[in-house]
Design a protein around this ligand. Sequence first.
Ligand code: C6P
Length: 413
Amino acid sequence: MGVRESEPLDVATLREDFPILDREFDGTPLVYLDNAATSQTPTRVVESLVDYYYGYNANVHRGIHNLSQEASIAYEEAHDTVAEFVGASGREELVFTKNTTEAMNTVAYAWGLNELGPGDEVVLTEMEHHASLVTWQQIAKRTGAECKYIPITDDGYLDMDAAADLITDDTRMVSVVHVSNTLGTVNPVADLADLAHDHGAYIFVDGAQSVPHRPVDVQAMDCDFFAFSGHKMCGPTGIGALYGKQHILEEMEPHLYGGDMILKVTFEESKWNELPWKFEAGTPNIADGIAFAEACDYLDDIGMEQVKTHGEALTQYAYDRLSEHDDVEIYGPPADDRGAVVAFNLDGVHAHDLSSIVNDYGVAIRAGDHCTQPLHDVLGASASARASFYLYNTEAEVDVLVDAVDEARQLFA
Ligand code: C6P
C-alpha cells in the first residue's frame, strides 16, 4: 500500500491485514472498539516476530557471530525507524522501554529523584492517566516536591488561564497527556511547552493516545520528553518508547544498571554507554522492538493523515449516533474536536452492566475508570463506558454498538 494523502482509507481491504477481526463468538461477529486499551496487530507485524525467531534470534551487542550481528543491526535500525516516526533526530533520542508507563518511570527515577526537592513543583493536569499521575505523585512524596493539577473546563478542555497561573518559576516539570484516553481532548502541548520553557521547566508529553492516531513531530512541539506504547499502534505488547532531547538524556544518570548500558567497568567505577543504550540495561526486548518498527512502517505506508481523518469521521459518527437519545452523557469536547474515543454513561445503567450487555452483541468496549480515577471524580462519575476506534473500524460496527446500547436501555427501563 502506498501513501495516498487525499484518499479515504480502503477499510475493507485493510481489514484483511487483521485476521482476528474475523472472529465470532457463538456466531456473533467481533466488533472491536477497545483500541485505546490495545489495538490489533496486522499480519506483517506478526510475521516480523516469526522471521526474527525463526531466522536471526540472538542477543544484541554481545556477539561477533553472524546471528548476533544481524539481530543487532535490526534492533538498532528499529530505533531509527521509531525515532523517525515521531520526528526525533535519531536513535540517540529514542530509548526502547516496556511501554508508556515505563518511559514515565524512567524519567521520574532517572531525572526526578535526582533533581527534585522541597519547593519544586510538578504541574500535571486533571486528565492525566495514572501512568503519569501516580508516578509523579510518588516521586514528589519521596523528594518533598509538590504536584499541582491544571483543572479542566466544563466541556473537557484544559483551563489554559489556570495553566498560566500554575506554571511558575517553581515548576521543574510539566507532565501532560497529549490526547486524553477518557475525554478525547487534544491538548495544546506546543503552547504548554512554551509556558514550561518560559519558566525554565521541562515538559513531558504522554503520547500514548496520540502517536497511534495522528502525525506527531516531537521537535515541532518542542517537548523535552515524550512517551508512547507499541501495542496501541499495531505493534506488539511489551515494547514502547521514551523520546528525550539528546542533551538532556546525555546529562541524565541512568537508573537501571547492568549489561550493555556500560562502556567500561572496573571494580571501582563504571562508565556509561552511549545513547540510547545507556538507558537500556540488560538484554532488551529485541523481537518486539523490531516488530514495533514494522508497525511504524505499516502505519507510514497507510499514511497517518488518513488514519487521523478516518478516526475523526468515525468518532463524529459515533458521537452523533449515541447522542440521539438524551439519556446518554458523553464526556469531553465536541465531536469535531477530539481523539478517537467516546466515553459515556447511559442513565440508570452502570458502565459494567452496559459493557456486559454490548458484549453479548460481540462488541468489545471498556468500562471502568480507564486509569483516570481522579478525572472521574471531577466528572462526578465512578465509571464510564468507552468506545475507541482505529483504522479498521467501520460505521456499521458503530451501528452494532448503538443497537446494543438500545437493548440495554430497554432492559433497564
Ligand atoms: N491506557 C486505556 O485503556 P501503557 O499501559 O504503559 O502501555 O500505557 C499507559 C497509558 C498512558 N497514558 C495514556 C493516555 C494511556 O491511555 C495509557 C494506557 C489504556 O486507556 C490502558 S489503561
